[in-house]
Design a protein around this ligand. Structure first.
Ligand code: UD1
Ligand code: UDP
Length: 370
């Protein structure tokens, strides 16, 4: 059986690789999971939900890891795996350091690479940082580019990649989301009731991006308090990323606020529950920008740029940055205008129909002649 190395390390990569793992398991190709564990707890949450047991767990996460430290640990740990076993193909997903290093070490061992979620671009190398560079570097190495949308394909064509090597598939996050909504409906509905929050009476917030560390994050936390002061009936639910840099600012600013519920990162299922029940979402996450249109959930994006313009064009998401006054103004405007709100809630999901993983595996089977 031909062997496909699936290399991933963080929460979003695991969520988006899970449907591919499941599709490979049902095919005549053999997935070999190489979990770098760039994230530890947040990765394990996903592995458990989708019942993925890594064949290799590199366990490389360190507290407050630097980009360079992470990169060098990834290089040696991945090199050991590729020196001990041969693979017919490797798949990496997205734009993390695990993605880039997974593609680089595969290349060093002459294993062809497929890049899942290829072609997203902001055209600003520092935004998001370092993800824009990771994505472009991975694109340079990849043999096949699994682009989620036509727009992503166009970005790749502009960079001179041959059309035959680009396959438009939709985003596998929609596969994972639809699977969760269809198969775990009862658990999804139950979770938000256990928190004692009312449907549509809370904002869901997540924030973790490196370029937002420090002042931008603090500004948003202050904005949130301004918003809650204007809306006494409203709550804010914030599952806080485990990064200590993020947690420090968030807990300093929001701990003890009576309208705020601070949580540890949630398993995917409860998180989907919270997205579905929220009035609106404030986030700097990439994946959530893709899930929001599928859930019809108005989303204000706390970033300067986005590599997911499809969500903005569809109308579900709006880019608002991180300035305190702007965040307050835009959020209150959305809360106060039924017309604006409905317009955003009605948008159509541009990220696919839940069949992305199957398309990727079918393409691989064809290419590998099995
Ligand atoms: C990483 C990715 C980012 C992605 C994000 C998803 C890079 C450079 N960054 O950013 O693209 O959007 O994951 O969440 O690839 N930590 C834990 N436990 C965990 C996870 C993280 O304690 O399960 C803490 C550790 O102290 C770790 C720190 O968070 O050193 C930062 O983790 P890291 O993966 O370097 O960066 P993220 O900000 O999570
Ligand atoms: N998510 C989750 N639990 C949480 C917060 C987010 O399962 O507490 C999911 C979310 O639904 C999305 C993914 O994690 O699928 C996004 O991860 P993150 O925001 O960390 O990374 P990004 O997408 O920005 O790279």
């Amino acid at each position: 059986m031909k062997k496909i190395a699936l290399i991933f390390g963080t929460r979003p990569e695991a969520i988006k690789m899970a449907p591919i793992y499941i599709a490979l398991k049902r095919s005549n190709l053999k997935p070999v999971v190489i979990a770098t564990a760039q994230h530890r707890e947040m990765l394990d949450q996903v592995l458990e939900l989708f019942r993925i047991t890594p064949d290799y767990d590199l366990d490389i996460m360190k507290n407050r890891q630097s980009l360079s430290g992470l990169t060098s640990r990834l290089a040696s740990a991945l090199d050991e795996v590729f020196s001990s076993e041969t693979f017919d193909f490797a798949l990496v997903q997205g734009d993390t350091t695990s993605t880039f290093m997974g593609s680089l070490i595969s290349f060093y061992h002459k294993v062809p690479v497929g890049h899942v979620e290829a072609g997203l671009r902001t055209m600003d190398i520092y935004n998001p940082f370092p993800e824009e560079a990771n994505r472009r570097l991975t694109g340079t190495i990849a043999t096949f580019h699994y682009a989620p949308t036509d727009k992503a394909m166009e970005n790749l064509l502009r960079e001179g990649i041959e059309k035959e090597r680009i396959i438009v598939t939709g985003n596998t996050v929609i596969d994972a989301l639809l699977w969760t909504l269809e198969n775990k409906r009862k658990e999804v509905l139950e979770f938000r009731h256990t928190l004692g929050i009312e449907e549509g009476k809370y904002i869901l917030l997540t924030m973790h991006r490196r370029e937002n560390w420090g002042v931008p994050m603090r500004e948003v936390m202050k904005a949130v308090k301004d918003i809650l002061a204007e809306e006494p009936g409203l709550k804010l639910v914030f599952p806080v990323h485990l990064n200590p840099v993020v947690r420090k600012v968030v807990y300093e600013e929001l701990k003890g606020h009576e309208q705020v519920i601070l949580l540890d990162p949630l398993d995917y299922l409860p998180f989907v529950s919270l997205m579905e029940g929220a009035k609106l979402i404030l986030t700097d996450s990439g994946g959530i920008q893709e899930e929001a249109p599928a859930l019809g959930k108005p989303t204000l994006v706390l970033r300067k740029t986005t590599e997911r313009p499809e969500a903005i064009e569809a109308g579900t998401a709006k880019l608002i940055g991180t300035e305190r006054e702007k965040v307050v103004k835009e959020t209150l405007k959305l809360l106060g205008s039924a017309e604006e709100y409905q317009k955003m809630a009605k948008a159509v999901n541009p990220f696919g129909n839940g069949k992305a993983a199957i398309r990727i595996v079918e393409h691989l089977k064809n290419e590998l002649g099995v």
